[in-house]
Design a protein around this ligand. Structure first.
Ligand SMILES: NC(=O)C1=CN([C@@H]2O[C@H](COP(=O)(O)OP(=O)(O)OC[C@H]3O[C@@H](n4cnc5c(N)ncnc54)[C@H](OP(=O)(O)O)[C@@H]3O)[C@@H](O)[C@H]2O)C=CC1
Ligand SMILES: N[C@@H](CC=O)C(=O)O
Length: 413
């Protein structure tokens, strides 16, 4: 029998305890022996829960119990998750985590300790909730050169954008709902400002390149500036706006970004709605493969944790190599990345046509009835060129009372 401890009995930790109980026979069959939950570490007691008799408040109980061979970390954040996970690995225990903040910040070091101690550090649930993506990268796609990963990687923001798009919901109302459903981070700024997606694309890029990626090198923009007006244009254009995490890998160079992107109906990620995530992986031999499923939530995410527990149980005496080394991967500056741009401007196109064309060159124009503004879709240009064009346009318009660019969204249409 293998004894497991769970640290953090919140949304995901309680899901892990529930699946360990409900799927006991399936898990034992795959693990080759029974897997039993021995301790649950949390700050609170849960007297009415099925784990009431397993609750402990002192981490040392888990660290020092030689019977506990697998520890699951579902507390979130870096402190005390990082020192606790490190101590468990150093004590020769396998560790499974759903905590992308931890993996993005300390993955390289924790994987090295796991290798040194001949144990495993697995984190399938840290990206895409219940979607299998980490294991496919190091196992099924191990013979591929990965050229691109583009994903809708955050359930909360996809839920919010879908509610705004399809139901005309307010940003605040949709966020509240996502929080009530257990999708959002403790501090939802991590979701809506794109930091969560940034950490996830950094982890996927490290898996794809085999090199450590500093998530702080990745350009990150969230969804807080997206408004109902943007969705009115999107409806007219037959497009939608999604938060993308993208990494393109070519000749040892990586360009990566997190940003809202306007996409058309023919884009493979267009139909990914609500809390669902979708991840497109392009390999040099494979072509494009799609991974789709629940990107957040109790049982889908806990299901990914359980698969890691089983993988650890199947490799109790062996460190499974994930291919993520301590070599550092540089990330190209965002100014060199090219897009088309959806740009909203004050006034009427009829009055501004000359200035628009002078700044942006040929554009497609989109107008909404009754609005004192219009939008254009530019040709493809680099971020650097776009910024220069926006400054030039704003300068040419500066004399007027209502003037200038009101919104810029990258477009893949
Ligand atoms: N929710 C989701 O859908 C997903 C979450 N994740 C990740 O999984 C992790 C957990 O998320 P989630 O379950 O939603 O978070 P929750 O906030 O629901 O759960 C965290 C639990 O850990 C407890 N905890 C916090 N600090 C300590 C501590 N020092 N010692 C013991 N227990 C502690 C909390 O107690 P208290 O509440 O009293 O502070 C809480 O019960 C995060 O890293 C998150 O990013 C990954 C994929 C999906
Ligand atoms: N807050 C995250 C949880 C899963 O990673 C999300 O909404 O995707």
């Amino acid at each position: 029998m293998i004894k497991v401890a769970v640290m953090g009995y919140g949304t995901i930790g309680s899901g892990v305890a529930e699946i360990l109980d409900q799927n006991r026979d399936v898990i034992a069959g795959q693990a080759g022996q029974d897997v039993e939950l021995k301790y649950v570490l949390d700050l609170r007691d849960f007297p009415d829960s099925p784990v009431a008799d397993k609750i402990v408040h002192d981490f040392k109980v888990i660290e020092q119990d030689g019977e506990v061979e697998i520890v699951v970390e579902t507390m979130g954040g870096l402190n005390p998750a990082y020192p606790f996970v490190k101590a468990c690995l150093e004590a020769g225990k396998h560790v499974i985590t759903s905590n992308k903040a931890l993996v993005a910040a300390y993955g390289t070091e924790l994987l090295q300790i796991a290798r040194d101690k001949n144990v495993n550090f697995f984190f399938e649930a840290s990206v895409g909730g219940g979607i299998p993506i980490i294991r496919p990268l190091y196992r099924c796609l191990m013979g591929e050169r990965i050229e691109e990963i583009t994903g809708i990687l955050n359930g909360t923001t996809n839920f919010i954008l879908t509610k705004m798009d399809k139901e005309g919901a307010s940003f605040e109302g949709a966020l509240k709902e996502a929080q009530n459903l257990g999708y959002a981070e403790r501090n939802p700024e991590a979701d809506v400002e794109g930091h969560d997606t940034c950490r996830k694309i950094a982890i996927l890029t490290a898996m794809a390149t085999g090199r450590e990626v500093n998530f702080e090198d990745i350009y990150t923009e969230g969804i807080t500036k997206i408004t109902d007006v943007d969705f009115k244009y999107a409806e007219k254009m037959g497009t939608s706006v999604k938060l993308f995490g993208t990494s393109r890998i070519s000749g040892g160079r990586v360009s990566a970004f997190v940003a809202p992107v306007m996409i058309g109906k023919d884009h493979p990620l267009y139909a990914v709605s609500d809390v669902y995530n979708g991840i497109m992986v392009r390999g040099n031999m494979l072509g494009t493969s799609m991974f789709y499923g629940s990107g957040a939530g109790k049982l889908p995410t806990a299901s990914a944790v359980i698969a890691d527990i089983i993988e650890a149980a199947q490799n109790m005496k062996r460190n499974v190599r994930l291919g993520w080394t301590s070599e550092r991967q540089a990330v190209e500056p965002m100014d060199r990345v090219s897009f088309r741009y959806f740009i909203r401007m004050a006034g009427t196109y009829r009055n501004k046509e000359q200035d628009v064309r002078a700044a942006f060159g040929p554009v497609e124009v989109v107008e909404l009835y009754g609005m004192d503004e219009f939008a254009v879709l530019t040709r493809e240009m680099t971020e650097g060129e776009m910024k220069a064009a926006v400054s030039g346009y704003n300068a040419s318009e500066a004399e007027r009372s209502e003037y200038g660019v009101k919104q810029t969204i990258r477009a893949m249409v």
